[in-house]
Design a protein around this ligand. Sequence first.
Ligand code: PLP
Length: 443
Amino acid sequence: MTRDYPRIVVPPPGPKATAIVDRQNRWSSTSYPKEYPLAIARGERAMVEDVDGNRYLDFMAGIAVASTGYGHPRVVQAIQEAAGKFLHICGSDFYFESFAALCERLAQLAPGKSKKRVFLSNSGTEAVDGAIKLARHSTGRPAIVAFTGAFHGRTYGGLSLTASKSIQRAGFAPFLPEVYHVPYGNRYHCDFCRTEPACTMRCVSSIEDDLFAKRLDPKSVAAIFVEPIQGEGGYVVPPPGYLQALRELCDRHGILLVCDEVQCGVGRTGKMWACEHEGIEPDVLLAAKGLGSGMPIGAIVAKESIMKWQPGAHGSTFGGNPVCCAAALATLDVVERELLPNVPRLGERLLAGAKRLQDKYATIGDVRGRGLMIGIEFVKDRATHEPAPEVPHDLVERAFRKGLLLLGAGKSALRLAPPLVVDEYDVDTALRIIDECLREMTD
Ligand code: PLP
């Protein structure tokens, strides 16, 4: 099958991209991390075209956001129709159908039997902040437990729970009080049982044996916030039974389990929600990113028994904007009916291809993932697992110049998170280009 991408017609950044990059760098905040000089003009499915006419295959989906790809006709039509009717009324104070429909839809899609209620936000970090408030409000307890390697956003609540890269926190203290970080279930780097033949799940039991026994009364803990698969931390899949163990721990102490599915939710892992792989029901589930296919919308989906705060306790001017609600409803339709059935098959193909690369290149220490959320970790030494951050950095740069959009994650991992519309051709093309880059780098 032939495609008109990847297609590099001028080495990026071309002249038009360079002009935009220079202009943006001159006027925008210096805090933006910026990955590489991609200046997008348009996109279609999993293809992104830059302003100089270069066409790229996108394997990062604008940081796991473009779930339905670029310009999915059903999503675009829903947005256009909604925009033609009214742009705003404020769903916190008044009513409209798509707001009601989206709350109902998300409540019914959330795992577990208990009835849910939904709060709509503009972003992932706002959903996290709202969930911190909700957890404290509904339990009357102050403390929150989160994990090292976690990323929960950039506002003060989300940032207080984030422990992914210190640059994200440097200079911003003091953070929210009563936040405690414990090690995540990261078998590849586990301080408890990395060298043992099987996982001992000490990362979970130590929360009771160490944190609760010595430093923190569990009766003062409102919630444990966990990413079912750690995103920014390096696309880390915890060991089997991890979420179930956290669920049981929370139940023993009356603590809420909050699953932050901002990056791993909305079909990315082959199920609508990543925590479904472990069959657990979180007390609160958070979504954003892929939910609106790029339109800014997030959601706090909580058990009705928990979301009982009084009118006025929490709200948002823009949260659940009508155009974003329409985009989210269309996205959920497309993901559920059209894309989700293909994700496991394509994910297995991608994972198998990444494992073949691991057999070929000693620098690949670990390959992991679920569905179309795959992490490849690079190491200096397979025995010590010492990270090799320069490898994914160089690889991402090279791939960009060959027409493949990639992104790093964590200290030395590569994340593969394409739009869910990719097919076999796209998966094979991405693997071929990564192989080419690694070959060049080892030559
Ligand atoms: N939670 C997780 C798991 C994320 O991956 C992110 C963003 O990467 C956030 C929260 C913050 O989302 P946003 O950038 O929309 O505020």
